[in-house]
Design a protein around this ligand. Structure first.
Ligand code: ATP
Length: 246
């Protein structure tokens, strides 16, 4: 907490065998900020989030060099569960909710990552239910029966159950109708307003640039542009390549 950045990535190089998906990527998420990483298909966005959450090796990849720290604490070499315990939770691409488990049990699973007493768990659950009332209404239903947007809410809620200081969001708007994407965006704003820093990876650049204070553009594994989100949103290159303005 305090003035240490929520996330500091320095010279991160990572890949899959001989394929380097990230080359010397450096970025900072200031405490309490929303930062976004834009980039097309295969730019390395998911690899970046997995390198931070240390889940990369489950996808056949590995960090080659570079460092990652959260709130001034190095995450290098930690297993994924220790990263969660250190205050970093990831919402994976494609939600990955446990379809046959109930909504409530999915949320409980999210709380396992971090030591907490009953009061803290109950508080975390109240926070999630306040953000996404549908998750309270449908607590006893299998998660697989939820709509895509509701499953995204569940994936975010599950990550919040570990009471993270930094939330990693991988394409939260992917496949959602515009209205549902806007609701997820509202929720991200509210979560951030409650003090959680966010690193948001998105193909929907317009949505991401509205939410973030800073942005980075990743192209073929390298950061090619970075700056205040408003500046990037106004730049010709970003407008042409990511906002579809001709
Ligand atoms: P997308 O939005 O399409 O998921 P991305 O920006 O998240 O793209 P990554 O998934 O990080 O990109 O992929 C970066 C590069 O690494 C791509 O060239 C991809 O083909 C490769 N890659 C990703 N996952 C693996 C894997 N498990 N094994 C081998 N190569 C991979």
């Amino acid at each position: 907490q305090g003035t240490e950045p929520a996330l500091e990535v320095t010279d991160l190089t990572a890949g899959y065998g001989p394929v380097h998906a990230l080359r010397r990527v450096s970025l900072t998420v200031p405490a309490g900020a929303v930062v976004t990483v834009l980039g097309g298909n295969g730019a390395g966005k998911s690899t970046l989030l997995r390198a931070v959450s240390r889940t990369l090796r489950f996808h056949g990849g590995a960090v080659v060099s570079g460092t990652v720290s959260c709130g001034g604490r190095p995450l290098d070499g930690l297993p994924p569960d220790r990263v969660v315990a250190a205050g970093v939770s990831q919402v994976p691409e494609g939600r990955q909710v446990f379809a046959r488990m109930t909504v409530e049990d999915n949320l409980r699973a999210g709380a396992l990552g971090r030591r907490a007493d009953r009061t803290e768990r109950a508080q975390a659950l109240r926070r999630v239910h306040a953000l996404f009332p549908v998750l309270a209404d449908r607590a006893r239903q299998p998660a697989g029966l939820l709509s895509g947007g509701e499953q995204q809410m569940l994936a975010v809620g599950r990550a919040l159950m570990a009471r993270p200081e930094l939330l990693l969001l991988d394409e939260p708007s992917l496949g959602l109708a515009p209205l549902m994407a806007a609701r997820i965006a509202d929720a991200i704003r509210e979560i951030n307003g409650q003090g959680t820093a966010v690193l948001l990876v998105e193909q929907n650049a317009a949505l991401a640039l509205r939410l973030a204070s800073r942005a980075y553009v990743l192209e073929v594994g390298e950061v090619t542009l970075s700056g205040p989100a408003a500046e990037l949103a106004a730049s010709d290159e970003v407008r042409r390549r990511y906002l579809g303005v001709v």
